[in-house]
Design a protein around this ligand. Structure first.
Ligand SMILES: Cc1cc2nc3c(=O)[nH]c(=O)nc-3n(C[C@H](O)[C@H](O)[C@H](O)COP(=O)(O)O)c2cc1C
Length: 177
């Protein structure tokens, strides 16, 4: 059930070293390609990386928050053409979220690694490092990297009682006191 899947989904940042079967890799990518986009422009592209050396280079695109890449069985780099759609951030984000959900449904773990608007300590854009590593043309935006693998950590499903219902306003805006 979708609701159970949503409760179960968590960012999984550590993976075992067992590979992910090709059919599951394909399903994760199928989820991305099934994602809705504004005006059905489908401005995204996806680069699948399994090569360990390449993954290690991708992990150096910023100083923090790339640990999941180190043990991922594979990663999907989400690339988008901002000249094709003014909703490029939304379009690419939905595809990334779909991949995470599909991975969870397959019993895999996944994590979103932000690339756009992230920099190394010396100010180098993470996007430049990812583009250079993979030969992605300059004019394309790198939104994020979705890491996937067999989970090597346990996360409990979210307790629905702990959801932030105060964020929900009924009929009109209610200021939080
Ligand atoms: C836009 C976005 C950017 C994120 N960037 C990173 C990241 O760079 N590295 C990382 O380890 N997790 C990243 N995350 C994962 C969040 O930290 C995580 O979703 C959040 O803490 C909630 O935890 P949960 O996914 O387990 O529910 C990102 C998530 C989103 C939606």
């Amino acid at each position: 059930m979708l609701h159970e899947l949503l409760l179960k989904r968590h960012s999984i940042r550590r993976y075992t070293d067992s590979p992910v079967d090709p059919e599951s890799v394909r399903k994760v990518l199928e989820a991305a390609l099934l994602a809705p986009t504004s005006k059905n422009k489908r401005p995204w592209q996806f680069v699948v990386v399994e090569n360990r050396e390449t993954l290690d280079r991708l992990a150096s695109c910023k100083d923090f928050g790339t640990k999941p890449i180190a043990t991922a069985a594979f990663a999907v780099v989400v690339v988008v053409d901002s000249s094709q759609s003014d909703c490029f951030v939304e379009d690419s984000s939905i595809a990334a979220a779909y991949m995470q959900l599909q991975a969870t449904d397959l019993g895999l773990g996944a994590c979103w690694i932000q690339v756009r608007n992230r920099f190394t300590a010396d100010g180098t854009p993470a996007e430049d490092i990812v583009r250079e590593t993979l030969g992605i043309p300059e004019m394309l935006t790198v939104e994020c990297i979705v890491t996937v693998g067999h989970p090597d950590e346990e996360r409990r499903p979210v307790d629905p009682e702990k959801l932030l219902w105060e964020k929900v306003h009924i009929e009109s805006w209610k200021a939080v006191e």
